[in-house]
Design a protein around this ligand. Structure first.
Ligand SMILES: O=c1ccn([C@@H]2O[C@H](COP(=O)(O)OP(=O)(O)O[C@H]3O[C@H](CO)[C@@H](O)[C@H](O)[C@H]3O)[C@@H](O)[C@H]2O)c(=O)[nH]1
Length: 390
């Protein structure tokens, strides 16, 4: 265009435009190639859509238990690990816990699953960390075992499905007792996502949440500069003290998960550890942009970049957000296909039965590594299911 149509006075501006266009095309080609390559290499984790044995997640359990394969768990290891979490015991098909639980609703969210599995489980001792942060850094001397809901590859913690699948998730104005009941949330968001078809979604990037990590800042700043492209704002959480905690702006109103589904492009970030929002975003059947790949939950390893979601490296610049959003705005079909695959994966493989199946598989394999005779402990209290109490 420049060579044929630009006269001399316009030549330099025209060449500059052309340079921008060439650069943009190169970036766009790179994204297209990443998608093509990921799809060519992608093998679904199972051909059984019902995946009754949660086979998709088995490799994660194997990896987390591998450091203990030769040693198993001795009484001393478990006793030493006790200070890193809440001590539980399964004995005679009953569940026991030390009296004190730092976050009672989180313990309830864990116990909901353990109680259902008792008839199938042998005697064992467990240390379950209910804090957000994992406990066993690989460079430390302590080797565990400790269960945590999230970790990076720098930690030895054994991952378990977070309490929030049932109870004890973050409390917000919209969920004053804490986000939980994934089963009900799935049903609700499935309905909403069907009611808002792809073509009716607003072509805008969306994020709502608190400033639990400054990795979120550049998206918030881009939204302030270019609100037509991105609508991202910080809300107040319990730790909020001043507008500094919402990046020098008043806290925004909270937005329900249902209302997230109105937007075509949804952003996920780490918080203190992994953020629970990722699974909800997929249910909207919008395109999920997942920033940073360090912080994991037990199911993340089966979600593949460019196949199920759009990966962004940690701390993206505003320019990088603009580039990738502009790419998908001009490649709508590719965006929709990725959104559909991500949605389908979560619908098919992150059902309540998959959470229960994961706990079962994890604890059966864990139990086989107990190297000593588990004994009753009278200082612990028995945890009963609400059904027992009736
Ligand atoms: O307007 C809003 C704001 C938040 N949320 C949801 O509320 C939850 C909490 O959000 P946020 O305040 O941004 O906290 P996160 O950083 O996502 O999660 C924090 O809280 C979790 C539970 O304690 C920890 O596991 C994380 O590591 C920690 O960073 C998330 O599921 C959000 O999707 C909404 O639905 N609407």
């Amino acid at each position: 265009k420049c060579e044929t149509q630009c006269d001399n006075t316009e030549q330099s501006a025209c060449l500059k435009d052309k340079g921008i266009e060439v650069k943009q095309n190169a970036k766009f080609d790179k994204y297209t190639r990443s998608i093509q390559k990921a799809l060519a290499n992608y093998k679904p984790c199972t051909t059984d859509a019902n995946d009754v044995n949660c086979t998709c997640y088995a490799s994660g359990i194997k990896r987390d238990l591998a450091p203990y394969k030769s040693t198993g768990f001795t009484r001393k290891m478990i006793e030493d690990a006790g200070k890193y979490g809440t001590r539980y015991k399964i004995y005679g098909n009953q569940l026991y816990r030390e009296d004190n639980c730092m976050f009672p609703a989180r313990c309830q969210g864990i116990e909901h699953f353990l109680l259902q599995l008792l008839p199938e489980l042998r005697n064992m001792d467990l240390v379950i960390n209910t804090r957000d942060y994992p406990q066993l850094h690989t460079s430390w001397q302590h080797k565990g075992p400790v269960f945590s809901f999230s970790k990076t590859t720098e930690y030895l913690d054994i991952m378990y499905p977070a309490w929030t699948f049932w109870a004890g998730g973050p409390a917000t104005k919209l969920h004053p007792t804490g986000i939980g009941r994934w089963d009900l949330m799935r049903e609700k968001l499935e309905k909403v996502s069907k009611a808002i078809p792809w073509l009716e979604k607003e072509e805008i990037g969306f994020f709502r949440g608190s400033r639990t990590s400054d990795e979120r800042d550049s998206l918030i700043l881009l939204s302030r500069r270019n609100p037509q492209l991105v609508e991202a704002q910080y809300t107040k959480n319990q730790a909020w003290k001043s507008p500094k905690d919402t990046l020098d702006a008043p806290p925004a109103n909270e937005v329900s998960f249902e209302d997230h589904c109105k937007y075509k492009y949804l952003f996920n970030f780490r918080g203190v550890a992994a953020s629970f929002r990722l699974k909800h975003l997929f249910l909207c059947e919008s395109l999920v942009f997942h920033v940073g790949d360090e912080w994991q939950e037990f199911f993340y390893h089966q979600l593949k970049p460019w196949v199920h979601y759009v990966p962004l490296h940690s701390y993206p610049s505003q320019q990088e957000y603009e580039d990738i959003l502009n790419y998908f705005k001009s490649h709508d079909q590719l965006a929709q296909q990725i959104a559909q695959r991500g949605h389908q994966f979560i619908v098919q493989h992150l059902r309540m039965q998959d959470i229960k199946c994961y706990w079962r598989k994890l604890l059966k394999r864990y139990g086989k590594l107990m190297k000593y005779e588990v004994k009753p402990d009278e200082t612990m209290k028995r945890i009963r299911s609400s059904r027992d109490e009736l």
